[in-house]
Design a protein around this ligand. Structure first.
Ligand code: ATP
Ligand code: MG
Length: 291
């Protein structure tokens, strides 16, 4: 299928922390397209979708101006750019927090100590809103990169920056004192594209595929053997287990219980399941999950 004006268009980050996750998500959704580093444009062979590879900062505006119908970008970026776009789904990758951090050996301890101080950030709009809401009068200094070195250069007293593991902060003798925003990659859409019936239908088809993968990643298929009498106790331990499949075993009074279970319910409870009588517990990944 080659590109036509009829195709849906999506913008992804060309290079950077969201690039791999975005490509993997589209591939896992069954989309077939050519990609090599440096490519700017690709058309899907098996879905009417064109992919544009852009700088992440530009994606919210491109979606707002309907250069593309959809985009995948960090929540922090769409909120910072303030573009008029619809936010459709959280995508479960690119997770990080926008945090305020201060020099470890300094006197600043809480955000209220920032009154009258300078805070450097590449997210002035989000930080400004956060400080206003708490009525903290700090000077926001906009820096486009390497925000973490500004305290040591005496350009700022504190910073507000994205953190995932915290190692960059530690290397710069900074410690986080407050979370301003929890972020992850999100699917955004142009509101007029969503109002167009044909495009809306394509967007929904794509979302079903994407959500099917996100759900599958968060779900495990669990199989275990147990005495028939233990079934209710096992269901009580795994609240996420809906309507399990029960298979009688050759041993009288023994059953196999099979069910899709949200991963978050599972790892803490294996010991309790065993105590309730479960044995031979198998946990397998789920490839796709459409409900
Ligand atoms: P571009 O060249 O596309 O403008 P960039 O340098 O602005 O890229 P990246 O560093 O690739 O951006 O980060 C892209 C997004 O990844 C961030 O906006 C954020 O949503 C997410 N992210 C996840 N973890 C981190 C992290 N530790 N630091 C920065 N961003 C992170
Ligand atoms: Mg950027």
């Amino acid at each position: 299928m080659s590109s036509t004006g009829q195709n849906l268009k999506i913008a992804l980050q060309r290079k950077g922390r969201l690039a791999d996750g975005s490509l993997q998500l589209l591939r896992a959704a069954g989309l077939d397209f050519d990609y090599h580093e440096g490519k700017l444009f690709s058309s899907c062979a098996n879905f009417p979708l064109d992919i544009l590879f852009l700088r992440d900062d530009d994606i919210p505006e491109y979606v707002q101006d309907q250069v593309t119908d959809l985009g995948i970008v960090g929540l922090n970026v769409t909120q910072e750019r303030g573009a008029e776009v619809a936010q459709l789904d959280c995508l479960g990758f690119g997770t990080c927090v926008l945090s305020i951090a201060v020099p470890r050996k300094g006197t600043l301890r809480t955000v209220f100590d920032l009154n009258g101080k300078r805070v450097a950030t590449s997210h002035p709009r989000i930080l400004g809103r956060f400080l206003d809401a708490k009525d903290i009068k700090a000077k926001v200094i906009e820096i486009s990169g390497s925000v973490e070195i500004t305290p040591s250069l005496d350009v700022a007293d504190a910073i507000c920056d994205l953190v995932s593991t915290g190692s960059t902060l530690r290397m710069n003798d900074l410690e986080p004192i407050e979370i301003v925003l929890r972020s992850e990659a999100v699917l955004i859409a142009n509101p007029s594209s969503l109002a167009d019936e044909r495009k809306r239908e394509l967007v929904e088809r794509l979302r079903i595929r994407i959500q099917g993968n996100i759900r599958a990643r968060r779900t495990k298929y669990v199989m275990m053997n147990a005495p028939e009498a233990a079934l209710e106790a096992i269901r009580a331990i795994l609240p996420g287990m809906k309507s399990p499949t029960i298979v009688p075993l050759a041993d009288p009074g023994m059953i196999a219980i099979h069910s899709a279970v949200p991963e978050e319910f599972f790892w803490d409870v294996i010991e309790r399941l065993k105590r309730a009588g479960a044995s031979d517990i198998l946990v397998v990944p789920v490839e796709k999950m459409v409900i």
